[in-house]
Ligand binder design. Sequence first.
Ligand SMILES: Nc1ncnc2c1ncn2[C@@H]1O[C@H](COP(=O)(O)OP(=O)(O)O)[C@@H](O)[C@H]1O
Ligand SMILES: [Mg+2]
Length: 278
Amino acid sequence: MKPIAGKRILVCGKGGSGKSTIVALMADVLQKKSYQTLVLDGDASNPEGLIRLLFGLGVESEPRPLLEFFGGLGRVTCPVDDPSPLTRKDDSVPVPERKIDIAKEIPPEYTIQKNGIRMFQAGKIETYGQGCDGPVEKVVRDFIVEGEWVSLIDMKAGIEHFGRKITDTMDIILVVLDPTLESLSIAKRIERFCRESKRNTFWLILNKIDSKEMESVMMEKLGYLRSRVLGSVSYDPELVHKELSGGSLLEGDAHEEIAKIIESLERSLLEGESKKEE
Ligand SMILES: Nc1ncnc2c1ncn2[C@@H]1O[C@H](COP(=O)(O)OP(=O)(O)O)[C@@H](O)[C@H]1O
Ligand SMILES: [Mg+2]
């Protein structure tokens, strides 16, 4: 069974908590478990961050931003001013009504496919005075693809996507927490947003945990939210070195702690499904 197949997963949390790192490691594990894996870089403010973590420094050229595929800043609007769904340039049927067929519709310059993983970029801040990144977030909200693809979506820091209701088209929200009070406050705020929007499919991942004690402190401070924790990832200096030297996180064996987290997510989704059927 492949309970994560076809799901859109938004990965969010505090700046520097490890969102992009976790996305890259999750993509690796999912691909090795033979999920069709797609990664969408939804962080407009981080120029090359995720590509490097996935594929290392050696990537020939970056994929063109999907924002351009949809007609650029002149055409794609901010989701708060104009919540209407994204449409293709030459077609008025909204994307959520007829999902995107990646193989047929998306020209090769908009994607990188390497090590079995597909990667896209929603859009970046390219010029001084360009304006807000709302249109980029609209692309993130509505880039809904056909088929069994798991979409792993790496977001910028913070909680603005909830303010913009980007999360409405997501199946799963994962919040990455580093051991800080700020991460704990963000998780609590997100839990409230999920309650307000009647979403039950959100979970937490603890990252940069350097001891059992630290993990216990985090669990204690999470209070009733601790049942939402899928698992922990240890503090690993190797990850810092890899980032700094521009190495790919996809090399070598799959990350064991991340593999356990994926298994927990699969279990949670299956439990949710069986509860729905009861
Ligand atoms: N488990 C971990 N152990 C040690 N360092 C980590 C871990 N996860 C992430 N990092 C490091 O933390 C920094 C920020 O990670 P990044 O994934 O870019 O965060 P974000 O995308 O949330 O801003 C990077 O230097 C990264 O190597
Ligand atoms: Mg990041």
